[in-house]
Design a protein around this ligand. Structure first.
Ligand code: UD1
Length: 345
């Protein structure tokens, strides 16, 4: 058995898939989640997939005393993967203080508790949002591309949290950290036992696509067809959530088991830019389902095009995105059908 890892936000979309991969790799997992945007039943799903039930504590990471007690209860915790955060861009504009308190106080608590409880490493969920719209010469974007002013309080919390970790390590704190900058995570576990559970009307593209395909939404609106891209629609780097989860396992091994630098940053993407229109075509091809869609005006604040240069993660972490876009989209569709079968959505 490998080390014990605390996964905050472990019942969420990326957290649950990462818990599965950590357990498959032999780690013991303790999940902390306040269930503000997820269900406790996800724990059953993780157990069904892996045969191992992770420990679970329903705790809010903003609660310092409660977090202190979690570390005291599980003295073997050696590493943390910190997913727990609010993540809706639009909501963050309306409720900035909620976002700053949730996303920043949680990290501060973890960092303060790490030395006290002998926790050596932390992996932080960051986002390609920190690059804003990279200049053309910086595409595909590397980790050295300039950080652009954040477009929203949500994006700002990612930037501030990166800086907090950097400042803390520069102060001589006896911890190591890896910042993972995710591109666009999509899809669901191949078992269709866990997956993405959007709250209300989805803001992100893939849940909107699958909900339209199954008839929950009438029509997918493609936001803008006059961008400076080959087909006029925006370009992103869509990465399969299981591949992304595996990047966390590699990052955790590196933080805990090697003498790597105290702070490292990695892009986690496929290296391929795919347009919204190409997503629609690939979805129809992969599933055989015809999608009702139409062009609509641009969405405020959207980035025109961004995709990763993932070479650093490929070489240094020994990790590569492996799953095809079609398999990934099929997994998202299978999950949507599963939700329908169970009468959930
Ligand atoms: C968005 C956030 C990003 C955040 C990420 C988290 C914005 C501007 N960016 O990324 O900061 O880290 O979510 O998941 O909100 N699209 C449509 N129709 C739809 C939905 C989306 O055409 O109904 C298009 C969008 O215009 C975009 C692409 O699909 O070009 C992907 O959108 P989305 O899934 O929301 O992700 P991002 O905008 O990349």
């Amino acid at each position: 058995m490998k080390q014990t890892i605390l996964v905050t936000g472990g019942t969420g979309f990326i957290g649950s898939h990462t818990t599965v991969e950590l357990q498959n790799a032999g780690y013991k997992v303790v999940i902390v989640d306040n269930l503000s945007n997820s269900q406790a039943s996800v724990i059953d799903g993780i157990e069904k997939i892996t045969g191992v039930r992770p420990a679970f504590e329903q705790v809010d990471c903003r609660d310092m005393d409660a977090m202190d007690k979690v570390f005291a209860k599980y003295p073997d915790i050696e590493g943390i993967i910190h997913f727990a955060a609010s993540k809706a861009v639009g909501e963050s504009v309306e409720k900035p203080l909620l976002y700053y308190r949730n996303n920043i106080v949680s990290l501060l608590n973890l960092l303060e508790l790490m030395p006290k409880h002998g926790v050596k490493g932390i992996i932080f969920s960051s986002s390609c949002t920190v690059y804003g719209q990279p200049d053309p010469e910086n595409l595909p974007v590397t980790e050295d591309a300039p950080i652009k002013p954040a477009e929203s309080p949500y994006g700002n919390t990612k930037q501030i949290n990166e800086e907090i970790i950097r400042d803390y390590i520069n102060s001589g704190a006896d911890i190591k950290a890896i910042l993972l900058r995710y591109f666009n995570p999509i899809g669901s576990h191949p078992s269709s036992i866990i997956g993405e559970m959007p709250n209300g009307v989805p803001m992100n593209l893939i849940p909107y696509v699958t909900q339209t395909a199954i008839g929950i939404r009438e029509q997918l609106k493609v936001f803008g067809n006059d961008y400076d891209t080959p087909d006029g629609t925006c370009i992103r780097d869509y990465i399969y959530v299981v591949d992304l989860a595996k990047a966390h396992v590699k990052a955790m091994e590196r933080v805990l088991d090697t003498d790597s630098d105290k702070l490292e940053v990695f892009n986690v993407g496929t290296g391929h830019g795919v347009s919204t229109k190409q997503i629609i075509d690939a979805f129809e091809k992969a599933t055989g389902v015809k999608l009702n869609w139409a062009y609509a005006p641009r969405r405020a604040g959207d980035i025109e095009k961004v995709w990763a240069n993932p070479e650093k993660a490929n070489k240094v972490l020994g990790w590569k995105a492996e799953t095809s876009l079609e398999d990934t989209l099929r997994s998202a569709w299978n999950w949507q059908k599963k939700l329908r079968e169970e009468g959930i959505q």
